[in-house]
Design a protein. Structure first.
Length: 632
């Protein structure tokens, strides 16, 4: 007090203090008015008689964006939006684990080019989705996760399942927002969906507290005392709560634009395209490596396929680009990628990244000219300061860039002996595979032979979902997707457990396709219970389990290097019987049926065409097919 008095001019202390106090009070009142939306309420109506609820606003935005499926596991926090989606014709598919709901949304996003949507309840419902959201982030899938939350008024006060969800999802998502008023639902969701699909696509998260989803009368009943309190403080608190409630619902049902916002998709400059054309035109042994990003919208997969065929350069396909050229296309080189990259004089990395899949760039020759195109600059230049250097680094949409190259290089041809050299190496490798398929194994069936027969049986309209380690790694060499966007794998995160969710999303998107899931027996443990989901929702898919009673991808390295099989052993479990217990069809393939593999596969197809999900439990032995492969 003495310090304040000394600092003030003589005789002016008390008026100055009063002025400061009044200013502070005014500021506090203005802040409270802003928080309570008092000024907004003067201009916008609060319809206290309406039975509408925020879930209807959510469903309206999703419908306006062409969303056909909502994947979920039910919870009280999100019930209004589930009911509203069902009412507006969006199919609500409930799974047995929240992570499956997000994996299914991820599959929809990859196969349709639109946003895939999942909705889960607060707290543990959301924490159960973290792995799938991280997988979507690394795979660059535009997934919208809608999460329930405690009431806005009760957050940070110990409410049921109330945690700091925003901090949890900010590192995983391009866009995170918590809706605080009903009127903010529509603009927030539109912004989130646009963010998911713009630039480098990825997952987004919108938190929807329970009081912005339920109707006014229900929130009022929970928030405002039925009988006005008598004391002064009680009346003040009631006044605050009533205004808080009015702010939640002010302008809630006023018409707002619900449709899509413009997307921001980066494009290569004409100068960059011209420089790349000049490099390619002088190449003698050009090579293309196409990654998942090449299949992103807005260019349809069929247009990209036609462009690659016109360009006439041999290519390797990875991730979602697998199957782009169909089966046995002369430009598609499938084996000996490292050797081919070392021989190439120009390499176009079109949506491919120099991470572990390309040995961090070490697989590229120092003498090769490298062109890399990617929507994400950081990803595009990964490890370029250590193991490789790009001749041209182009930030832009991959497929659009390829189309511009084709237009500029029209009529350009390259020596056919280079492509023939690569195809001859393919044929030699495939002959080795055929020989391995004939080798006997100590017990059960030879997985190489089984997968070769699967390759012969797959119909042209099949979609392949792969989820596993050793069995799936073998399948990647032997089983060919039949067309563009017909192969679903986890992506660079290497996540186990994607199978059921990916199969669910794939079958819903393409009901006329046969969806085949290739599982390792370890990975199948994550997906088994979802056969209950397939049965309830009448989703017929075929699951083939390579059952070798172990985590073989790990034990291949762990046993010889560390001398122990600890934690790698499983059992030859009767997964087909478990599937039957869940209402699906179950078939067994063992050595006793070695000459009936194709017949059993045809039986599975028939059961699937009759509307049944099918599990084929294939007992397999160990081979040396993938000796030397590592799991880290």
């Amino acid at each position: 007090m003495e310090t304040l008095a000394a600092a003030a001019p003589a005789g002016n202390f008390f008026p100055s203090f009063l002025f400061l106090a009044c200013g502070t009070l005014v500021a506090a009142l203005l802040g409270a008015a802003h928080r309570l939306g008092l000024f907004y309420q003067l201009m916008h109506k609060v319809d206290k008689a309406s039975i509408q609820h925020g879930g209807e606003n959510v469903a309206a935005v999703l419908r306006a964006h062409g969303v056909r499926f909502l994947f979920t596991l039910v919870g009280g926090h999100i019930s209004p939006l589930l009911v509203a989606c069902e009412k507006m014709g969006i199919r609500v598919v409930d799974t047995r684990h929240e992570v499956t709901a997000v994996f299914a949304a991820d599959a929809v996003a990859r196969l349709t080019g639109t946003v895939g949507v999942a909705a889960v309840t607060a707290g543990p419902g959301l924490t159960n989705t973290v792995t799938a959201m991280k997988n979507a982030q690394i795979a660059q899938s535009p997934v919208l996760l809608l999460g329930g939350a405690a009431s806005t008024l009760l957050q940070n006060r110990g409410a049921l399942q109330a945690i700091d969800q925003m901090s949890l999802f900010r590192p995983l998502c391009k866009f995170c927002a918590s809706v605080r008023r009903v009127r903010d639902i529509v603009p927030t969701l539109r912004a989130a969906i646009a963010a998911a699909q713009s630039g480098t696509p990825g997952p987004v998260f919108v938190e929807l507290p329970i009081d912005v989803l339920y109707p006014y009368y229900m929130v009022q009943k929970e928030m405002v005392p039925a009988k006005p309190p008598k004391g002064f403080m009680g009346r003040v608190v009631t006044w605050y709560l009533e205004n808080y409630l009015a702010n939640l619902f002010a302008g809630a049902w006023e018409p707002r634009p619900e449709g899509p916002l413009p997307l921001d998709i980066p494009q290569a400059s004409p100068q960059q395209v011209q420089r790349c054309m000049e490099i390619l035109s002088r190449a003698k042994r050009p090579l293309i490596v196409l990654g998942s990003q090449a299949l992103l919208p807005p260019i349809p997969a069929e247009r990209l396929r036609a462009a690659v065929e016109t360009l006439g350069i041999p290519c390797f396909l990875g991730g979602m680009a697998r199957g782009l050229l169909g089966r046995n296309h002369p430009l598609h080189i499938r084996q000996n990628r490292s050797a081919a990259l070392k021989k190439a004089d120009v390499v176009l990395l079109a949506g491919a990244v120099c991470d572990f899949r390309l040995s961090y760039g070490r697989v590229l020759s120092r003498s090769s000219k490298i062109i890399i195109v990617n929507r994400n600059r950081k990803e595009m230049l990964l490890n370029s300061d250590m193991f490789w250097k790009p001749q041209e680094a182009v930030q832009g949409d991959v497929a659009s860039f390829v189309l511009k190259l084709v237009e500029g290089l029209k009529g350009q041809t390259w020596a056919s002996d280079w492509t023939e050299e690569l195809r001859q190496a393919d044929r030699q490798k495939e002959q080795t595979f055929r020989e391995k398929g004939l080798m006997p194994v100590a017990q059960h069936l030879n997985p190489v032979q089984v997968l070769q027969l699967v390759e012969e049986t797959l119909p042209d309209n099949s979609i392949l979902v792969v989820d596993g380690g050793d069995f799936v790694g073998t399948a990647a060499h032997l089983v060919q997707p039949r067309g563009p966007l017909c192969w679903l794998d986890p992506g660079a995160f290497g996540t186990l457990g994607v199978g059921a969710g990916f199969a669910l999303g794939a079958k819903l998107c393409r009901p006329d396709a046969e969806v085949w899931c290739l599982f390792g027996d370890g990975a199948f443990g994550y997906s088994l219970i979802e056969f209950d989901t397939f049965v309830r929702h009448k989703i017929p898919v075929i699951a083939l389990i390579g059952n070798d009673a172990g985590w073989t991808q790990i034990s291949r390295e762990q046993v010889p290097s560390l001398g122990s099989n600890v934690a790698c052993g499983l059992a030859y479990t009767d997964y087909h019987k478990a599937a039957i217990g869940l209402g699906a069809q179950g078939l067994l393939l063992s050595r006793e049926k070695e000459d009936q593999v194709v017949e059993v596969l045809h039986d599975a197809q028939k059961q699937c065409r009759d509307g049944h999900p099918v599990v084929v439990n294939i007992l397999i032995g160990r081979t040396d097919f993938r000796d030397g492969s590592i799991a880290v």
